[in-house]
Design a protein around this ligand. Structure first.
Ligand SMILES: Cc1cc2nc3c(=O)[nH]c(=O)nc-3n(C[C@H](O)[C@H](O)[C@H](O)COP(=O)(O)O)c2cc1C
Length: 496
């Protein structure tokens, strides 16, 4: 067994003990999962030129969908969840960027769906092929009862987000579990927003029987693991599905999870994953403790609900234009965009508040303000439920934080660093090692929301997972059992 705290501590970076690592290009992981010889189903073309506002969608006020679920709608949800957005050419070929951010552009995530009641799509389990925009049928037959989630609505359609460890471990080695969880959160947020934009309510679960889901999707749990299930409920009036078992899996599908000829299995990743590989009931400890960072707050600001500006991009434009931008201009950020971003983080629709509150509340959110109009520089904590921002300490800390982020000094010019923190000991006490997933997936989700919000407002944004962990913790004054999990820098950028 390995607790969340042990895994986090043992994969911390320390500037005095960094091990040099050369990438093994001969075993560079394949970026796309393929199923050689399998028939594929092309997805219909969908033009996404809708003008919905990200803020409206995030608040769950999008127009409701008309009619039953169809293949066109599934194609739109998938396109909004993840799509190729930009192509870079280099001497050895091309590289495609995506609408989701990913640490090191390694893209460990995969997306699957199980259809029970979708017009023009036979019931069964499918893998989403991003590069070719197609579905690969993995099983045909009834799947409604096979999502691995014990409670929740009867599904018409379920989505599964998984990660392939080696894609990230190739570069980040033992630390890669952190990145794959954050990356999965980024993709999940796009998926949840896509569902909301279609007027669909998704029931999110991080708690399911991993083996059952892996069996359903044909995953080899040594290489690829499921992290989230999102169920779209069947209408109450729909006939109940028969109890037949799903059809058989094509024989060698688990091998498709292998992405390089010689993969290295990192023991801390395997142990940390297996330690959280169970369903943990709530109630072992008070969930509020996971937000206790050992800091005191003083002055608080209320967060206004901000109305959209004329220049703001729509959600679909922001998805297409989202990129990581590092050329921050050392400029003061106006109050309106900062509060607009805080408002976006606070907009939690019922989708984010499932029966179990753990997913929304497993990570503390802060802001290191460097240069924002009306907000003196300092460290602040955000309380999304009561829409308040409370000051922890005063003073300019973004330069020191840039140094704590592996000396990525361009971060010092960003107006604000959003921070995702947790009390790791409390996380373990509350939910066991699986709690690490809740905190990291939550941080990734809000990170993606910030990327989209910043893009919509014409600002630059970049997620940062590279930290000298203890240095960052001490800089913020967090207690020894707390840690900074992720940072997302936002500010004006040059040349826009
Ligand atoms: C979890 C996570 C951690 C990241 N860490 C860093 C980082 O430490 N430094 C950095 O420059 N970019 C970082 N990035 C940004 C990625 O490098 C970037 O998303 C990737 O190269 C793809 O480019 P794009 O975001 O422009 O599409 C991170 C992104 C994510 C999602």
């Amino acid at each position: 067994m390995l607790t969340a705290r042990e895994y986090h501590d043992r994969t911390s970076y320390d500037r005095r003990r960094m091990e040099p690592h050369r990438l093994n290009w001969a075993d560079q992981p394949a970026r796309y999962k393929t199923y050689p010889g399998a028939a594929v189903l092309p997805l219909p073309q969908v033009a996404d030129d809708s003008d919905e506002s990200l803020w409206e969608v995030a608040a769950g006020r999008a127009r409701p969908a008309a009619g039953p679920l169809g293949l066109q709608q599934v194609a739109r949800i998938l396109a909004r969840s993840c799509t190729l957005t930009a192509r870079r050419r280099f001497s050895g070929g091309t590289f495609d960027y995506r609408s989701v951010a990913s640490a090191g552009a390694l893209y460990p995530t995969e997306l699957y769906l199980a259809a029970s009641a979708v017009e023009s799509l036979a019931a069964g389990v499918y893998h989403f092929g991003l590069e070719r925009r197609c579905l690969t049928p993995l099983r045909v037959g009834p799947v409604a009862a096979a999502t691995g989630v014990e409670s929740g609505p009867r599904p018409a359609l379920s989505f599964f987000v998984s990660v392939i460890f080696y894609r990230s471990a190739w570069k980040y080695r033992q630390r890669a579990l952190r990145y794959v969880l954050l990356d999965a959160g980024h993709l999940l947020e796009n998926l949840l927003l896509a569902l909301k934009a279609c007027g669909l309510n998704g029931h999110l679960s991080y708690d399911f029987d991993d083996r059952q889901v892996a069996g359903l999707l044909g995953l080899d749990l040594e290489c690829e693991v499921p992290l989230a299930v999102v169920v779209v409920a069947a209408p109450a009036a729909a006939p109940a599905p028969d109890e037949e078992a799903p059809g058989p899996l094509a024989v060698d599908l688990p091998a498709a999870g292998q992405v390089a000829a010689r993969e290295v299995a990192y023991d801390l990743i395997g142990r940390a994953y297996r330690s959280g590989n169970g369903v943990y009931p709530a109630g072992a400890a008070d969930p509020k403790q996971v937000l206790k960072l050992g800091v005191q707050t003083t002055q608080t600001h209320g967060i206004p609900t901000v109305s959209a500006g004329k220049e703001e991009l729509s959600l679909s434009q922001a998805l297409r234009q989202r990129r990581s931008r590092r050329n921050f201009a050392a400029e003061r950020l106006a109050r309106h965009p900062f509060e607009h971003l805080l408002d976006l983080v606070c907009r939690a629709a019922p989708l984010d508040r499932p029966a179990e509150p753990r997913y929304g509340a497993a990570v503390a959110i802060g802001a290191l303000v460097g240069n924002v109009d009306g907000y003196p520089p300092g460290f602040y904590l955000l309380s999304p439920d009561d829409r308040r921002l409370a000051r922890v300490s005063s003073g300019e800390l973004t330069t020191a934080m840039a140094a704590a982020c592996l000396d990525q000094m361009w971060l010092a010019a960003a107006a604000v660093h959003f921070l995702f923190m947790v009390n790791l000991s409390a996380l373990d006490a509350c939910w066991g090692a699986r709690g690490y997933r809740y905190a990291m997936l939550g941080a990734g989700r809000i990170g993606q929301r910030l990327y989209l919000g910043a893009t919509a407002l014409g600002l630059g944004c970049c997620g940062i997972g590279a930290l000298y962990d203890d240095e960052a913790r001490r800089l913020l004054g967090l207690s020894a059992d707390a840690g900074l999990l992720y940072l997302v820098a936002v500010g004006s950028v040059r040349g826009r």
